[in-house]
Design a protein around this ligand. Sequence first.
Ligand SMILES: C[S@@+](CC[C@H](N)C(=O)[O-])C[C@H]1O[C@@H](n2cnc3c(N)ncnc32)[C@H](O)[C@@H]1O
Length: 309
Amino acid sequence: MKSLQNINVPHPFPYQGSKRGIAKFILSHFPSDVRCLYEPFCGSGAVSIAAAAHGLASLFALNDLNIPLIALWGEILENPHGLCDKYERRWLEQHHDRKAYFFKIRDEFNKSHDPDQLLYLLARIVKGSVRYSSEGLFNQSADNRRSGMRPNTMRQNIFGVSALLSKKTKLTALDFREAIKSAKESDLIYMDPPYQGTSFTRDHRYFNGLSYDDFVEALSIMNEKNLSYIISYDGVTGEKIHGKLLPNFLKLKHLHIHAGRSSQATLLGNIQETTESLYLSSSLVQRLANELPSRTRSVKAEQQELAFA
Ligand SMILES: C[S@@+](CC[C@H](N)C(=O)[O-])C[C@H]1O[C@@H](n2cnc3c(N)ncnc32)[C@H](O)[C@@H]1O
């Protein structure tokens, strides 16, 4: 496991399920020669942003099935000035009646799918938790105790993310299987699919979803292609396991990350630790093992140089 420097990493918008808090742990399993980092369930892209900040990949491929979300990413990367100006205007306009203003923008967004409006909605919704109705309409409510991120803070974050990722990022809004079709052995794929149990239930936490069996089948195909990948897949809160484990025949290395307290359990008066699962593909494990001799060699060479000095 590599150790990484502490640096301030910007984030573009609040998003429930963002891996911001544990990104550093995930990055510590990155090989040192990643050509392109694919994040096919990107959401707010926390792992890609952190990887760019630490210089751990040359190129990035961000994908999410949610088309307006990817359009918002397009604005962040290509038009940060225009996006931040519109955010600031809305943020200021909302103050005469924040509640009514939120509903007005939400209605407009459901007709237009305008990415600037989506940024305002993401900044105002309860805990950044995106919800859609079965008709595909954005139906989450606002957190009316808060006004949403201040325009100056938003500007700093958006410009920070844009500086890290623009000119080296490809954006797509496809099913994850399509989005990773061009991935090669020298690349790395980080996957954070929707939580099991939420995708096809009445809890429309994320836009669309995928079934466990489809996901496992896609992983088998990725294994045949010797692809290096990392998956965040469900977890454990206290004694409760969320969802099924991934099957042994995929030959994945299963790690556990202690992700801190579960906000859901804390709300219910239960203080419980959440553990998140991280799975590494066997090609990645092999790649990391192959790096060890060269790392040891370079340390030995440095020691020799010191000895001759
Ligand atoms: C758990 S969230 C990812 C959060 C992300 N790691 C972050 O840091 O913000 C899962 C994402 O997968 C997207 N999604 C759901 N089904 C998908 C599919 N079949 N292909 C691609 N993206 C999908 C959802 O829109 C959602 O943004």
